[in-house]
Design a protein around this ligand. Sequence first.
Ligand code: KG4
Length: 339
Amino acid sequence: MTTILAFESSADETSVAVVRDGRTVLSNSVATQIKSHQRFGGMVPEVASRHHVEWVTRVLDDALTTAGVTPADIDAVAVTYGPGLVGSLLVGLMAGKTFALAHDLPIVPVNHRAGHIAAAQFVGEITYPALALVVSGGSTELVYMAAENDFKVLGETRDDAAGESFDKVGRLLNLPYPAGKTIDELAHQGQPTIPFPTAMAREENYDFSFSGLKSAVINYVHNAEQRDEVIEKADLAASFQTAVVNALVGRTQRALTDFPVKTFILAGGVAANSQLRADLAEVLAAFPATTYLPVPLQYAGDNAAMVGAAGFWQYRAGVFAGLDLNTAPALDFDLYAFD
Ligand code: KG4
């Protein structure tokens, strides 16, 4: 039995969790600072770092108390060291390293995106090979896993991340940040009547692009304003969301056809999107040899439990770091696992 204490602070959630054997969440304490960023319409790095400093020890206490464990019960400390905002990452990293030093525990370095994927283990067993679609505020990528802790990026966004495009369109429509959930809800009340383009639909790769779609939405809104037309927000939301989901689902379908896998994982904050979940479930029905593991909603956004799950993979692989571990704000899978 391996008990991991995990730290996550790469963006605007301060989180500490206790996870056993990568599968069982004993606690997952999350302090979100979304309200502080709402008045700015987006995440402000300096504000984020300060909140992390204020919250990290409280969240740590809560995670240990809720799990009912003491430092003596813990086998390793897992920390997100990238990708993310450098000032934010530093807080969780320093807290994790300090705890490890104080209690003489090994440090396990974790890639935030590996964490998003590993959260699928909270709903079922991942059998390999596996394919993951990771869609969050900071990334959009299709990741192939031949084995545990082995990541190969098949395709990724060439510009904005899917979540980022939800948030930017939300800002245009004066919706509160982050706008993904609100657009999802609005879309249910409208119809996808506006034919926004699905970028690169005919290109033979697994990449994504969302900036053209964002510009198309901006142009649509500006043109309507100039003509003094009332914008049907619900129809706009439904049309925009349909374009994003079609791009994500189309690329995933191609990857599933070209790379037959035993498990398909949907992960990241945008995995909470109802249209995406439903459309992917439909596509997966045509791949009976593939088990569909959408990360449960409570673990789709940023949290430390997922870091504990990915940390267990690193622990099993014998990947540890010293106290000199630094943040890697632009960390990608090629640099991960230290091999
Ligand atoms: O994974 P996450 O919590 O943070 C990052 O690591 O980026 O993802 C946050 C993103 C935000 O962009 C938010 O708007 C989006 O996930 N999101 C959604 C939904 N819920 C959250 N996007 C679309 N539909 C949703 N229901």
